[in-house]
Design a protein around this ligand. Structure first.
Ligand SMILES: [Ca+2]
Ligand SMILES: [Ca+2]
Ligand SMILES: [Ca+2]
Length: 315
């Protein structure tokens, strides 16, 4: 039996969906009239994604479906980000107008008491930019915020060796080797990392040696003991098979112009038309290595190529 079993935290992957907003319509008399009620979007091609939605109001006349914010709602949470020192780190995901899909999803957050002092620490995955990925700029770093037990946190990622410096999307925390210290799997575009906890405030990336590095676009991985042998196994969904040297652009055979609008508004083209990336189930061999058992288990998704973003083991 494992001495200690960490909870599995599934990544918080946010899909950056696009503003629903108002459609400008030209009236017969000239000039633009803004409306958000039942307006037909300007035609941009063969895909119908519907019209802008009218806000649905709750009993206090607050919009609950239109993505709006309420200025005078009851205060349930107090934003302590700045006071806690968590505002000194910036999440980076793409640059400029977010033209390509690689720039629009992620990144996840992990809750991990990495030093076993009884206080949860925070791991923030960072994304990247095309410029950083090609070596033209320093890579954005992930953050590991140590909980100082007084409401503040200190970023110790550099000292802990977990800055990642790849285009990161998700993180899954678990003690995969049952030594009582939580470890982290970080999914990236590019090779993933398995950060083994060294019990001294540092981690070592053993992803390649363990056989779980993969290499294209991985998203929200999760840990679970699917065969009940007491050793946590790893499932890694794949999203889109992506060639960063040839980013899919609109108006091509793979991505017609009609895939690049949402309710009449021009947007990043989304995954439609792109090849899906397979998923992977890694069986924990109990000796620091894993065996890819996806095909045997029937969860490889190597033919249909569905777009995987998150995963969860449930009974
Ligand atoms: Ca801690
Ligand atoms: Ca461990
Ligand atoms: Ca197992």
């Amino acid at each position: 039996m494992p001495r200690r079993r960490m909870s599995v935290f599934v990544n918080l992957l946010s899909y950056v969906l696009l503003s629903q907003a108002l459609v400008a319509q030209t009236t017969p008399g000239g000039g633009a009239q803004r409306t958000n009620e039942g307006a037909q979007p300007v035609s941009r091609g063969g895909v119908n994604t519907g019209t802008p939605h009218i806000a649905i109001l709750d009993d206090q006349k607050r919009p609950i479906t239109a993505g709006g914010f309420v200025a005078t709602g009851p205060a349930v949470f107090l934003d302590l980000t700045e006071k806690a020192g968590l505002d000194k780190w910036t999440h980076v995901m793409g640059a400029g107008d977010l033209k390509y899909i690689l720039e629009t999803v992620g990144s996840g957050v992990g809750l991990i008491d990495y030093d076993n002092d009884g206080w949860l620490d925070l791991y923030f995955v960072n994304g990247s930019t095309y410029e950083a990925a090609s070596g033209g700029k320093p890579a954005p770093h992930a953050a590991l915020f140590h909980n100082n037990h007084d409401g503040t946190f200190t970023n110790v990622a550099a000292r802990a060796g977990v800055q990642n410096d790849r285009w990161g999307f998700g993180v899954a925390v678990a003690d995969y080797d049952n030594d009582g210290w939580p470890d982290m799997y970080v999914s990236n575009f590019g090779e993933n990392r398995l950060y083994h906890n060294n019990h001294d405030g540092t981690f070592s990336d053993v992803g390649v040696r363990a056989g779980v590095a993969l290499g294209n676009w991985s998203t929200g991985a999760t840990w679970g003991d699917y065969d009940g042998d007491g050793k946590l196994d790893l499932f890694v969904p794949g999203y889109v098979h992506y060639d960063i040297a040839q980013p899919p652009s609109q108006g091509t055979k793979e991505v017609p112009l009609s895939f690049c609008q949402f309710r009449g508004v021009a947007v990043m083209c989304g995954p439609k038309g792109l090849q899906g990336e397979p998923d992977h189930l890694f069986h924990n061999n109990g000796n620091g290595t894993f065996t890819d058992s996806s095909k045997q288990a029937g969860v490889a998704d190597d033919k249909a190529g569905y777009y995987g973003l998150a995963s969860l083991f449930v009974d």
